[in-house]
Ligand binder design. Structure first.
Ligand SMILES: C[S@@+](CC[C@H](N)C(=O)[O-])C[C@H]1O[C@@H](n2cnc3c(N)ncnc32)[C@H](O)[C@@H]1O
Length: 218
């Protein structure tokens, strides 16, 4: 599949001054606490099913889960607060953030500090003219790649085969990541990790799941 040139990411065009002082303090505290835990970031986590389960199962990790749509984020936050009653340590492992992921990463995340990014069922933007809104063809993908540790991974899931094939081309040819693993799942193969994934599996769709890896020698 042909790939087109991706324009250079212009960091100066991204506003990052909307984080309140309180929000900044909370984020920096989460980042600085428990430095022994590996850092993962989920972009566009919707109502938060995956980060809640991931944090429960992975005690050696901390995950920041970002969702910019306020209605979805509020559902996630309600779920997070009710889990917190039985799992008080959850707040050491999971930080919900209701802001745009690009501005967040630009402001708070240092180069080569992230173990894993999760992009689970990103908006597919199927129109040709919206190619530059798909994550693999976005200039901002350079930000995800530069904040990944060498050997770190980007996990992508989609039910759209064109998106999956295009991501395979762009991630390897433009972003110089390798494919660590790729699988196709159907209903009964997996439970479904996110709200959208459960919906797509129930509709009989295939789920294309791929893990891209940054080279160890960066
Ligand atoms: C198709 S939904 C999938 C939600 C969830 N991952 C799931 O599988 O159920 C994509 C989500 O990504 C969010 N999103 C897209 N771009 C984002 C960004 N730059 N920062 C934060 N959230 C973003 C949208 O608001 C939307 O809720």
């Amino acid at each position: 599949m042909a790939v087109t040139v991706v324009r250079k990411f212009n960091k100066t065009q991204i506003p990052t001054d909307f984080f309140s002082i309180k929000e900044q303090q909370k984020i920096n505290k989460f980042l600085l606490n428990n430095l022994q835990l590996g850092l993962d970031i989920e972009v566009g986590c919707g109502v938060g099913l995956h980060p809640l389960e991931y944090a429960r199962l992975n005690e050696s990790k901390k995950i920041i889960a970002l969702e910019r749509t306020k209605t979805k984020f509020n559902k996630f936050l309600n779920r997070f607060n009710s889990h917190l009653k039985n799992q008080p340590k959850l707040q050491d492992h999971l930080l919900p953030v209701g802001e745009d992921a690009i501005a967040f990463i630009l402001k708070f995340i240092k180069q080569k500090t992230v173990d894993n990014y999760f992009l689970l069922h990103p908006n597919p933007y199927p129109k040709l003219k919206h190619l530059n809104k798909r994550w693999h063809a976005m200039p901002a993908m350079s930000l995800l790649v530069e904040t990944l540790k060498p050997g770190g991974c980007i996990h992508l899931a989609t039910n759209q085969e064109y998106y999956y094939k295009e991501a395979l081309s762009y991630m390897q040819n433009i972003w110089k990541l390798s494919v660590k693993s790729k699988n196709t799942y159907y209903k009964n193969d997996i439970k479904g990790r996110t709200h959208f994934e459960i919906k797509y599996l129930n509709m009989g769709d295939a789920i294309f799941n791929v893990i891209f890896q940054k080279p160890m020698l960066d």
